[in-house]
Design a protein around this ligand. Structure first.
Ligand SMILES: Cc1cc2nc3c(=O)[nH]c(=O)nc-3n(C[C@H](O)[C@H](O)[C@H](O)COP(=O)(O)O)c2cc1C
Ligand code: SF4
Ligand code: SF4
Length: 259
């Protein structure tokens, strides 16, 4: 087996579910030198070279595809033939063509796909009174992810990685139309602590001249990080998708692994 010196954990993960699964897979691989690359709020465009590594690359599914902003952020990576374990996190509806798209994109960036997995995370639009996959990934999901990491390592050691492996999804990818420009808003409970400003992946939130929180609707990707992390529950995103998904996607789905 070619000498691998490190294990990169790369993710874009506004509400942390992709990051949790990526780290759990990293545990399973258990390689000495672990390097975490969090692309969530990082707008730097300098190149990141990855060499002699197994890279876990985890992204959220938006509308059955890789979240467009995650695709943009991945463009900094140079794979140099490093092995990649591909992960799509979805909110218990479906991941459709996201894993196939992630495979194609990472190959363009120079990675050699080793394995892929679709995992379930609490939906961005999940709310306490209308949960959608609330609390996922749960302990069982994390154990599955860690075992998946071990299985990927075993595959590497068996030198089987050159064979192509099946990933569920279609080409051409699902078409996604333009989405209506909307964004979460602050309620009167907002005490202007400013915490949401720093966590917004697109820097759509800023102080207004009146020292109130302002949101640039055109920049918002509706990830709901600000809604879920506001310490005073003062951010709301009112979307008809919440009751619809709460009703239609109640049956828990299981991770699907391809290697
Ligand atoms: C704009 C948008 C579109 C989404 N589309 C889907 C989808 O097509 N299928 C699905 O199951 N979940 C979908 N989700 C839910 C996310 O995939 C899910 O919450 C994921 O866990 C988020 O990853 P993160 O926690 O790493 O940010 C969508 C979320 C957003 C914000
Ligand atoms: S985190 Fe919540 S309370 Fe703090 S500024 Fe943002 S909306 Fe207001
Ligand atoms: S303002 Fe929009 S992009 Fe920024 S954290 Fe909130 S939902 Fe996400």
């Amino acid at each position: 087996m070619k000498t691998l010196t490190s294990n990169h954990i790369v993710f874009f993960s506004p509400t942390h579910t992709s990051a949790k699964i990526a780290r759990a897979i990293g545990e399973g691989i258990g390689m000495g030198k672990r390097i975490e690359i969090d692309l969530t709020t990082d707008q730097d465009d300098s190149v990141i070279e990855i060499k002699d590594s197994v890279a876990i690359i985890a992204v959220p599914v938006y509308a059955g595809r890789v979240a467009p902003i995650a695709l943009q952020r991945l463009q900094r990576l140079r794979g140099n033939n490093a092995f990649a374990i591909l992960v799509a996190l979805y909110g218990n509806r479906d991941y459709e063509d996201a894993l196939v798209e992630l495979r194609d994109e990472t190959m363009r960036l120079g990675f050699t796909p080793l394995a892929a997995g679709a995992f379930i995370g609490e939906h961005s639009y999940s709310r306490p009174n209308m949960p959608i996959a609330a609390g996922r990934p749960d302990t069982t999901d994390l154990l599955t992810a860690t075992q998946f990491g071990k299985d990927c390592l075993a595959k590497l050691k068996r030198e089987e990685r050159n064979g192509e492996f099946y990933i569920k999804g279609n080409i051409p990818y699902r078409l996604v139309g333009p989405s209506t420009p909307t964004a979460p808003t602050c309620t009167e409970e907002c005490f202007a602590c400013g915490e949401c400003i720093g966590i917004c992946p697109t820097h759509a939130i800023a102080w207004g001249s009146d020292r109130k929180i302002k949101t640039e609707v055109g920049l918002c990707i509706k990830c709901c990080a600000c809604v879920k992390e506001c310490p005073n529950n003062a951010r709301i995103f009112d979307t008809p998708y919440t009751p619809m998904l709460h009703q239609k996607c109640a049956e828990p789905r299981n991770p699907e692994l391809f290697l």
